[in-house]
Design a protein around this ligand. Structure first.
Ligand SMILES: Cc1cc2nc3c(=O)[nH]c(=O)nc-3n(C[C@H](O)[C@H](O)[C@H](O)COP(=O)(O)O)c2cc1C
Length: 185
């Protein structure tokens, strides 16, 4: 399975990128996870949508299309998810008739430095993704509180218990994704 990891924080030592870096480490052998850098995606402008979509946006949409599922790690900004992530989703959601987000399986995770651990950010992100046609896996989720105590000074998640939860989430996402492609009696 090809997973595309997207971090809603683009800072170098981001805890959320650190969750995805840990996911790369703990992913089962039959899963490849590439982390996509959304920092180069420009601010959404409808004047440059459709045929005029910038190359960097096309590349992002192609990466989504070619993946089997998304693993999205979001920070919490002012009780929601980050603007940089919303901006990337808005581009990817266009045009509605052919968005690569449609029916794409996804799992959500998030880390914050405080006690709320991105609960509100993930709830807001869920609402947006569902409206774009993304099939968000209901559980297990990964909510990382007080991330500073669980990550090293590069932002990498080092806490073994949390890394094990991420592995379980990836395994569940693989099962969830295959279940979406036709069930059986
Ligand atoms: C503009 C802004 C708003 C924030 N709002 C919240 C918040 O509502 N809840 C929370 O738990 N943390 C909040 N934080 C703290 C972030 O969760 C924390 O900086 C986190 O480390 C960001 O993720 P990152 O490490 O992946 O960059 C906020 C940070 C910023 C910059």
């Amino acid at each position: 399975m090809r997973l595309l990891g997207i971090s809603g924080s683009v800072r170098e030592k981001s805890f959320n990128r650190g969750l995805l870096r840990a996911a790369v480490d703990v992913a089962p052998n039959d899963v490849t996870l590439s982390i996509y850098d959304i920092s180069e995606i420009p601010v959404y402008n409808a004047d440059f949508d459709g045929e005029k979509q910038p190359e960097v946006v096309r590349n992002f949409k192609r990466a989504i299309l070619e993946s089997d599922a998304l693993l999205i790690a979001t920070p919490e900004y002012n009780a929601s998810f980050s603007g940089v992530l919303k901006n990337a989703i808005d581009w990817a959601s266009r045009p509605l008739s052919s968005t690569p987000l449609m029916d794409k399986p996804a799992a959500l995770m998030g880390a914050s430095g405080g006690p709320s651990g991105t609960i509100r950010a993930q709830a807001a992100l869920l609402q947006v993704l569902v409206s774009c046609g993304v099939r968000v896996m209901p559980k297990p989720g990964v909510v990382v509180r007080h991330a500073g105590t669980l990550c090293d000074d590069t932002g990498l998640l080092t806490d073994e218990e949390t890394r094990a939860r991420i592995r379980k989430q990836i395994e569940a996402l693989a099962e969830f994704s295959s279940g979406l492609n036709g069930g059986s009696l």
